[in-house]
Design a protein around this ligand. Structure first.
Ligand SMILES: [Zn+2]
Length: 354
C-alpha cells in the first residue's frame, strides 16, 4: 500500500484485530451489494471507506425525490438518474483506492448466477420478498455467504448466512414460502424513519467486515432484531428442517425450479378482468391527444416518462395500456420484479382494440 493509503486506514491499524495484512484482505475482497436504496447507501459508504477493494452495485432504479430523506448518497440534482451510477461516483470520490462497478439493471433469474459467482460475499439491501428469496437461493447454490437486512417502521432485522459447501440450514428451513410476503409491507407502504435504514445498512457493512476479517460475530442462520422504539434487541437462531425444499434435498434443486418463470403478464381481453382492476394508460400526453381511448378502456393516465411505482399498491390488480403493448409489457415485467405481483399488460395495446 502507498503511504497515503496506509494513512487513510491508520485507525484500523490501531485495532488488535486489523493489521496491514487484514487491510490487504479487505482490499482483495469482492462484494456484491444488491440495492442502492436506504440500506444500500450506508452499507456502500462504509464498505468503500473501510477499503473493500472491489464493490459491485446492482440496482435498476432511478433516484426519486422521495428517496432522499433516507438515501444520503443522492442529492436533488440526481433525481431521474441511475442510482447505481450515482452511488458509484460518490463511492469513488470517497476512496480512490477501491474499484466500484455499477450494474444498472434489476437482479433477475437471468443475471444473478453470474453476478453472485463473481463475488466473495453478497449484501441483500433490497426490499421485496421475490428478490430476497432469489438472492438467498442463488447464494445458497453458489456457496456464497450472504448478509441480508429488512426494515419497517421502527424495527429492523439482520440475517447472516455463511453458506459454503456444507449442507447447512437456510432461510427456507424457517420460512418455506420465502418469496411470499409476510404481511409486514414495504417501506413505501408503511413508511420508515429516516435514520433506521442508516443504522441497519451500517450494521450490514460491519458484519461484512467481520466476515472478511474472520472476526467472531453473528453466527450462521441467525437473525438479530432491534426495535428502535423500545431499544430492545434479540437474536433468533435456527437449525436445519428435515423437509426443507432447498438444503435438505438429496439433490439440490436448480434456481429455475425454485423460481419458475413469472406467469404471463399479457392479457388478451378485458372480458374476464377483475372488476376492481385499475386500468392505467402509460402513453405520453401527445399520443393520448392524437388517439383518444375507446370508451371500454376508460382509465387513469400516468405517462411512462414520469412513471413512479411508489404511487401504486403492491396488492392491487393493475392493467397497463400503451399503443402496441410493448412498453406496457416491459413495465409490467419490471414492476413484478419489484414485488407488484398483480400487474398485467394488454397484449397488442390500444391499437388492437380500436
Ligand atoms: Zn433449508
Amino acid at each position: 500500500m502507498q503511504p497515503d493509503e496506509c494513512q487513510f486506514y491508520s485507525r484500523h491499524f490501531s485495532l488488535a484485530e486489523v493489521g496491514e495484512a487484514s487491510q490487504q484482505r479487505l482490499k482483495h475482497s469482492r462484494v456484491l451489494v444488491v440495492g442502492a436504496g436506504g440500506l444500500g447507501c450506508p452499507a456502500l459508504q462504509y464498505l468503500t471507506a473501510t477499503g473493500v477493494g472491489q464493490l459491485t452495485i446492482c440496482d435498476g432504479d432511478n433516484v426519486e425525490l422521495s428517496n432522499l430523506h433516507r438515501q444520503p448518497l443522492y442529492c436533488p440534482d440526481d433525481v431521474g438518474k441511475w442510482k447505481a451510477k450515482c452511488a458509484t461516483a460518490r463511492c469513488l470520490e470517497q476512496n480512490p483506492w477501491v474499484k466500484v462497478e455499477a450494474v444498472t439493471t434489476w437482479i433477475t433469474l437471468e443475471n444473478i448466477e453470474e453476478l453472485v459467482g463473481a463475488h466473495d460475499l453478497v449484501l441483500d439491501c433490497t426490499d421485496n420478498f421475490v428478490t430476497n428469496a432469489l438472492i438467498h437461493d442463488a447464494c445458497y447454490l453458489a456457496c456464497t455467504p450472504l448478509i441480508a437486512a429488512a426494515i419497517h417502521t421502527f424495527e429492523g432485522i439482520i440475517h447472516r448466512y455463511m453458506f459454503d459447501s456444507e449442507r447447512q440450514a437456510c432461510a427456507r428451513c424457517l420460512r418455506p414460502d420465502l418469496a411470499e410476503p409476510t404481511g409486514v409491507g414495504s417501506c413505501a407502504e408503511r413508511g420508515v424513519m429516516g435514520a433506521l435504514p442508516g443504522i441497519f445498512g451500517s450494521i450490514q457493512a460491519e458484519i461484512a467486515l467481520h466476515h472478511i476479517l474472520k472476526i467472531e460475530t453473528l453466527s450462521h442462520a441467525t437473525s438479530w432484531i432491534m426495535d428502535l422504539k423500545t431499544m430492545q434487541t434479540r437474536k433468533i437462531g435456527w437449525s436445519q428442517r428435515k423437509e426443507c425444499a432447498l438444503c435438505a434435498t438429496s439433490k439440490l434443486p436448480s434456481l429455475a425450479v425454485l423460481h419458475p418463470n413469472e406467469p404471463e403478464v399479457n392479457i388478451t381481453s378485458l372480458d374476464n378482468v377483475d372488476a376492481k382492476a385499475r386500468l392505467i394508460d402509460i402513453r405520453e400526453t401527445e399520443e393520448c391527444v392524437a388517439t383518444p381511448l375507446p370508451s371500454q378502456l376508460a382509465s387513469e393516465h400516468q405517462p411512462l416518462s414520469t412513471w413512479r411505482n411508489t404511487r401504486l399498491l403492491k396488492h392491487q390488480h393493475y392493467i397497463l395500456l400503451c399503443a402496441k403493448g410493448k412498453r406496457s409489457e416491459q413495465l409490467a415485467k419490471n414492476m413484478r420484479l419489484e414485488g407488484y405481483a398483480q400487474v398485467y399488460s394488454l397484449k397488442g395495446g390500444i391499437d388492437a382494440v380500436i
